[in-house]
Design a protein around this ligand. Sequence first.
Ligand SMILES: [Zn+2]
Length: 133
Amino acid sequence: MAEHQTMTFEELAELARSSSGVTRACPCALDSYREWTRVPADFPQAQMRTACTLTGDPYLEPTYAEYHPHGSAYWSADAPIAPRYFPYNRCTAQQCTVCGRSCLRYVEAGGYYVEPRIRALDPSLLVDAPLDV
Ligand SMILES: [Zn+2]
């Protein structure tokens, strides 16, 4: 499998902006994933391309801290997208090759399950928040 490059925040923001004006209907329906959602079985994965990964240094364990300065929660549709924080620090950014919309994906690994999850990449929610260490 090809390695994908880590994207800078500006590049990620550009990807989000470039895909946010898309209005045409598309089987990917990325608009509907306002909050983290289990990837449906019939999701048209074949038409998605991986744009980049948001993971940082591969030798550092990414934090599980979440970024919610305004009272949102993991499942909130208005939760900030802060690439250094969980779960965005485990994500790949993907773009639909048919309509150009983009999304974030990662695999949630619980004690007894793994679940691929997807969320629309909304430029208005992107925050370049530094890690609070
Ligand atoms: Zn699409």
